[in-house]
Write a protein that binds this ligand. Structure first.
Ligand code: SF4
Length: 322
């Protein structure tokens, strides 16, 4: 790891001004992803700005929804009684992420901004457009079993790694961002960008801005939600396929469905077309069969991950049946 200096800040303003003035600096909170990237020299920072003392660690619930501070630790969010009761998909997604030790350290904001797990991105010996724009993509003709089948481009096929972001996408979360000006809010659907021909641009976050909170509106689906994750081993593993599902059902008819996929797409993937099809449909085998075909309509598998198509279909079927 290259040497760096360390500065601790106590206010949001101080944090943002320090980062705006020093282009070689980076925020650090849990550090669970950043420190690994710095050790591997994939990311460098001359100054780490420690934001752990900022007052961004509250979970506030109201009749209209919940606001989760960006510095809340993942474990704390997963165990919060209101989250477990009103937004179970969030608790389930977090509990299936990483390991207990990592969940104790990692923050909500850091989790949403974690870097892709593409092995070529994390090894500077290989070309990677996300790490160095214009360099090429080693994964496209490399070993791409873990890569995306949705939202890919000829410049990048890396999967978005966060489980929490998939759950938040199904719940229409809002990302609250603070810059030098006042706080602004962006829907999670717009916040994450498709790789296109600029895979190094992953979100709408501008230089110097800080995620301060995530807001989740209350709706008729969120209580009846779940997260299904399929992976190579039962713990401490990223998703091959995941499905976040929130349903409003009356008399075995789906009134509203909110569905997002993880492990298969370059950003947390909202299944808008599938949701539209499921609206006001009876929850029976015919509906489920048609739904799974619809879900994979746009999928474009890579050389080594054709299996993700069938796996996604079965995961959707299981999540809806449960
Ligand atoms: Fe880099 Fe994306 Fe290609 Fe991986 S898939 S090597 S992250 S450009």
């Amino acid at each position: 790891m290259r040497p760096f200096s360390y500065a601790k800040v106590k206010t949001k303003e101080q944090a943002i001004i320090t980062l705006t003035e020093d282009k070689t600096a980076a925020f650090i909170a849990g550090g669970t992803d950043l420190l690994g990237l710095m050790k591997d020299r994939i990311q460098t920072a001359e100054t780490l700005i420690d934001i752990n003392s900022l007052p961004l660690n509250k979970i506030e619930t109201s009749a209209t929804g919940v606001r989760i501070g960006a510095l809340c630790r993942l474990t704390e969010v997963a165990l919060h009684p209101d989250i477990q009761k009103h937004y179970p998909v969030i608790s389930q997604a977090i509990n299936q992420s990483a390991s207990p030790q990592l969940r104790n350290m990692a923050t909500v904001g850091g989790n949403l901004l974690q870097k892709v797990r593409c092995p070529y991105f994390r090894n500077a010996a290989f070309p990677c457009n996300k790490r160095t724009p214009g360099e090429g993509c080693a994964a496209i003709n490399g070993y791409n079993r873990m890569h995306a089948i949705l939202g890919t481009s000829e410049h990048c096929i890396a999967v978005h790694p966060s489980d929490l972001a998939v759950a938040l996408t199904a719940l229409d979360a809002i990302i609250c961002i603070q810059g030098l000006e006042k706080e602004r809010q962006i829907s999670i659907h717009e916040f994450y960008l498709l790789p296109g021909d600029t895979p190094h641009k992953e979100t709408l976050l501008k230089p110097g801005e800080l995620i301060v909170a995530v807001e989740i509106p209350n709706n008729n689906c969120s209580r009846n939600s779940n997260y299904l994750k399929v992976r190579d081993r039962a713990a401490y593993e990223f998703a091959l396929v995941s499905v976040a599902l929130a349903l409003e059902i009356e008399n075995r008819t789906i009134i509203t469905a909110k569905i997002a996929f993880g492990g298969v797409a370059t950003k947390p993937w909202r299944a808008w077309e599938l949701e539209e099809f499921l609206q006001n449909k009876p929850l029976n085998q015919n509906t489920l069969n048609f739904a799974t075909e619809l879900a994979i309509k746009q999928a474009k598998p890579q050389q080594h991950n054709q299996f993700k198509i069938e796996l996604l279909k079965r995961a959707i079927l299981r999540a809806l049946s449960e």
